[in-house]
Design a protein around this ligand. Sequence first.
Ligand SMILES: Nc1nc2c(c(=O)[nH]1)N[C@@H](CN(C=O)c1ccc(C(=O)N[C@@H](CCC(=O)O)C(=O)O)cc1)CN2
Length: 281
Amino acid sequence: MAKIIDGKHISQEIKDELKQEVAALKASGRECALAVIQVGNDLASSVYVRNKKKACEYIGIRSLSYELDENTSEDELLALIDKLNADSSVHGILCQLPLPKHMDEDKVIKRISPEKDVDGFHPQNVGALVIGQKGFVSCTPAGIIQLLKRSNIQMEGKHCVVIGRSNIVGKPMALLMLRENATVTICHSRTRNLKELCKEADILIVAIGKPQFITADYVKEGAVVIDVGIHRDKNNKLCGDVKYDEVEPVASAITPVPGGVGPMTIAMLMHNCVEAMKMYS
Ligand SMILES: Nc1nc2c(c(=O)[nH]1)N[C@@H](CN(C=O)c1ccc(C(=O)N[C@@H](CCC(=O)O)C(=O)O)cc1)CN2
């Protein structure tokens, strides 16, 4: 039976550590603030934004909420970001993704000051990660590193296969695993021998975006399996990219969906906010 990597528990541990730190900072007169921007009313995004605000409240971070209409122009959004960039009482800014189709996501991300980019999406922060310098790291991959560390799973020398090459998850994930001295293979939609490569993984990180795609025959006996996917199955139940019931008996450790990687994304966002205040205010 695999060890279940409990993201809910580990994220709670991180939030509790942050709550203490924030209380101490408050006692010395420093209050941390995060601006959360949502454009439109995508249902899933509303859930994530609500959970981010709840986490802020729990930890003691002030959250400023900007709920913009679906038809807001890109210029209006950029003007709001400019205003928040200039506001020294705001330490972190995030735009919930995806943005509506008429907006250029890259342009919007680039407009957020790198010093307030607590999502770690700005090219300057991504570049810092590439060359091993300090900067904000994308929250989902940073959360996966915490899940592994806090579950005492060694990364050094292990073969880590990452499926997915998005800017938000796959690429930063591969760089972080490299930083931990793992040997890293990145697979994607054009990879020819996906199953064979996955079967070689000691640590398999799945961000393929296809519900229950990874079955037991992709997984080496005793591998650690991290599932980044989040979907609804035909019964409207949450599921990941991994066929959990089939893969769990083969793996030595596995993340569930829900309750695995997802909650860590929010915990690491909170971590980045506190770091933003400590580093730049
Ligand atoms: N600006 C950003 N946009 C998006 C990010 C991001 O990091 N920054 N990531 C995702 C969505 N996301 C955070 O924003 C996110 C996804 C999932 C979860 C989560 O806790 N999932 C739960 C299930 C929640 C539910 O649907 O009931 C779980 O897996 O247990 C948190 C955050 C895209 N956009």
